[in-house]
Design a protein around this ligand. Structure first.
Ligand code: F6P
Length: 762
């Protein structure tokens, strides 16, 4: 009798606490968070559509406005969108707009966090935003978002809470019973072991506890083991479920990634494959120097590997690379605080010429970028490309400790690798990310091996691109070139019974930036950079930071500086544009010619405006990341002028570097970054006059406006940082993995993860 009381009493108490305290509290909190999120989301969408809507209004075409609206409202949560020119005007809106919303009583919806409209099919969030443009001063944008997800979210949270507390209550009750049977000493030892094992109550996903050292782990007493196992499993499931269900409420940090890996993916090792290595060992006289290459890919992946550990497989290119590896061609990096293994793969000069310079960079690179350089395809280069992919596939197999590793394949150097991995390790989860644009099917079909490349990529479980436009282009290319089932609603491709989810995952940078990058005060950076370059202390500075590549628009940028001086001569001698150009792919003719053209143009412009200070300072040399950040922090503006670019992380780095909220980003509209950073000064790099005007605007922008723009851009990068980029792909991969392990997949169930939230609504 006493025993059953000990068991039942705590159980009843905890259940009562759930019903009367926890559940209502959770509901209230969920609603409050969701309203705040929806309202913030409305503001972001309104900001993003403002400019295109203004254009459509100026041309006065209501068809254009409606087409524009229907395109935006394809977002699954945006229920309807509408526009009122004046309170008397007729509402122009998507068909789904509720009848309750009319232009003449918009005030009704104008509450501080938006208003909730209850309809029989569910609640809707309504927000009204003014249009800032001058053409329609009374113009109002109405954004209606579906809130049905809220109910689902609440129900799920309640359900999991219920199970969690039920499990906890059962465990507590059981423990109480067992305690009664054990001696006091045995109880203490057992409890200690239980807590040390892995901990019963783990901390939230944003800050997991440091793992105990192996020597400190004492296994729980035998009588506690089944309970410990069950509780740990329950807690792990709950954590994983919560991470997958509501990632938008997570703080994305290295710990979040680790928690996903250890929770969702059950502690799997990650293998990254890229051509470019994150650390290059170079022999300088009698000592070895470690270099960090100029590469967006490395900038993004390195913090991920520091967080996750595992192995990064890449081509060894440094003159001392072979001297520092072990017998398995591995070296632990970062050199000052090793966190993961770098496994080097060696290429002969012939292989490098064919695979890297030839097929990758004379073929695929110009093919995928609209920069008007003709791609060159040679069958000898293709043979090397196939062989190099095979070599990396062998390295992946030799590095994987399990039959089902998670492999992150990076970029256009490895289009064939996903399928090769799948053939060797059918249970592997292959996540491929294509860092550069994907052209339309007509352009891609130029490549004689287009079908092999597409088919190779479809060996991936998930294939990611920076923008929806590139996702669409890829899916169109599949449709055009090979036999496969394409699902345009779920964005999946199925070939030979194997499914690939093709998704948009906009890449980003680590946030917050490290002390090494932003530790030096801005005032010191300003004076040091001017002194270093022989410039007067009050000289205005613009910076460009790129690899010396024809897609980066360096020539166009110099022409814009020249035009600035023609149109606004007051800047001559007072403004200097510093272009950092990392030497790149110099064995290729087009790159050598481009280098010569860039040098010649800088010299010509400097000769024209030879004043107290040079117009252009061209620095064709390698700079370490901390040196680049010093330039960012010293400059009045950063000019990213790519003619075509997948994302461009220089733009995001510049914003991250400006914790003083000063400086202006001038950004090419042909970068993926321009879709996420509309608060930059967006330009067409081919339009020299427009770029010159943008430079003048940037140089004369009031400090308050600089701060307002910078704050918005910093907010976006903080939220959509690189941990979220990787975490989102890993969560999707985990979901696919779980689904693939289910015994029967019903016909029509794709097994692909649902679409993910992304930073920009356009
Ligand atoms: O981001 C595109 C990219 O080609 C990466 O793949 C690469 O690491 C980087 O630019 C630099 O190019 P490379 O590795 O050829 O020097």
């Amino acid at each position: 009798m006493r025993l059953s009381l000990r068991f039942v009493l705590p159980l009843l108490l905890i259940l009562a606490a759930i019903a009367y305290v926890v559940a209502p509290l959770v509901d209230e909190l969920t609603l409050r968070w969701s309203l705040r999120d929806l309202d913030a989301r409305s503001t972001v969408i309104a900001k993003a559509v403002e400019e295109p809507l203004e254009d459509a209004l100026v041309t006065g075409s209501s068809n254009k406005i409606m087409t524009f609206f229907s395109r935006i409202s394809q977002d699954e949560r945006l229920y309807a969108i509408g526009y009122c020119a004046t309170p008397q005007a007729k509402l122009q809106a998507t068909r789904s707009v509720p009848a309750e919303i009319r232009c003449n009583d918009l005030e009704r919806w104008n509450a501080p966090r938006g208003s909730v409209l209850h309809l029989p099919k569910g609640p809707l969030h309504v927000a009204v935003r003014p249009l800032v443009g001058e053409t329609h001063p009374e113009g109002r944008l109405i954004l209606v978002q579906d809130m049905n997800f809220l109910e689902r979210r609440s129900q799920e949270t309640r359900r999991y809470l219920f199970y969690f507390f039920l499990g906890l209550a059962a465990a507590v009750s059981l423990i109480t019973v067992i305690i009664a049977q054990l001696s006091w000493r045995g109880w203490v030892a057992g409890t200690r072991a239980l807590l040390r094992g892995e901990g019963l109550l783990r901390q939230p996903v944003t800050s997991p506890p440091a793992p105990p050292k192996a020597s400190e782990i004492v296994p729980p007493a035998p009588e506690f083991r089944p309970i410990a196992r069950d509780l740990q499993r329950l807690i792990r499931d709950l954590e994983a479920e919560r991470a997958a269900r509501d990632e938008s409420q997570l703080t994305w940090a290295p710990e979040t990634l680790r928690a996903i890996l250890h929770g969702e993916l059950r502690g799997e090792d990650v293998i990254v494959v890229s051509n470019r290595e994150p650390y290059i060992h170079q022999r300088k006289g009698d000592h070895i120097e470690v270099q960090r290459p100029a590469s967006g890919l490395v900038t993004a992946l390195e913090p991920i590997m520091r967080a996750c550990s595992g192995v990064w497989i890449a081509t060894g290119t440094g003159s001392a690379d072979r001297d520092v590896v072990d017998t398995r061609d591995r070296v632990a990096v970062p050199p000052d605080k090793p966190a993961y293994q770098l496994r080097r793969v060696w290429m002969t000069p012939e292989e490098e010429a064919g695979y890297y310079y030839g097929f990758s960079n004379e073929g695929l690179w110009p093919l995928c970028h609209i920069a008007h350089v003709r791609p060159i395809f040679r069958s000898g280069d293709w043979a090397h490309y196939v062989a190099a992919n095979r070599k990396f596939a062998d390295a992946v197999v030799s590095e994987s400790k399990t039959r089902d590793p998670i492999v992150l394949v990076q970029d256009y150097h490895f289009a064939l690798l996903p399928r090769m991995i799948r053939e060797a390790l059918p249970d592997a989860t292959v996540i491929t990310f294509w860092h550069i644009p994907w052209p339309n099917p007509e352009s891609f079909a130029i490549c004689p091996w287009a079908a092999d490349i597409v088919s190779g990529l479809l060996g991936s479980s998930i294939l990611g691109f920076h923008t929806q436009y590139h996702v669409n282009n890829f899916v169109d290319t599949v449709d055009r070139l090979i036999e496969a089932r394409v699902d345009r609603e779920a964005f999946t491709v199925s070939q030979g019974g194997k499914l690939t989810a093709v998704r948009r995952y906009p890449i980003s940078i680590a946030w917050p930036p490290s002390e090494e990058m932003v530790g030096k005060p801005v005032a010191d950076c300003r004076s040091h950079i001017r002194e270093l370059n022989g410039l007067p202390p009050d000289q205005a500075i613009g910076v460009g930071v790129d690899r010396l590549d024809y897609t980066k628009g360096i020539l166009e940028r110099f022409l814009a500086v020249e035009r600035l001086f023609d149109l606004n001569p007051q800047w001559i001698g007072r403004f200097t544009f510093i272009q950092i150009a990392a030497p790149s792919r110099a064995s290729i003719d087009d790159y050598r010619n481009h280098h010569d053209a860039v040098v010649a143009l800088a010299e010509r412009i400097n000769a024209r405006f030879s004043g107290a200070a040079p117009a252009i300072l061209l620095k064709v040399e390698h700079h370490e990341p901390w040196q680049v950040y010093e330039y960012y922090r010293a400059a009045e503006l950063c000019f990213v002028g790519s003619l075509h670019d997948g994302m461009n992380l220089v733009a995001k780095e510049f914003v991250a570097s400006r914790d003083d909220e000063r400086g202006v980003l001038v950004l090419s509209q042909f970068t993926g970054a321009s879709r996420e950073l509309p608060e930059s000064v967006v330009v067409n790099p081919y339009d020299v006059d427009q770029c010159a005007a943008a430079l003048h605007v940037a140089l004369t922008m009031p400090e308050q406006e600089q701060a307002d723009r910078m704050r918005l851009m910093r907010g976006l990068i903080a939220e959509f940082n690189v941990y979220r980029w990787a975490g989102r792909m890993l969560l999707d991969a985990a979901l696919m993995r779980r689904r693939s392990k289910l015994p029967d997949t019903p016909v029509g169930n794709t097994g692909a993860p649902p679409a993910v939230p992304t930073p920009s609504p356009t």
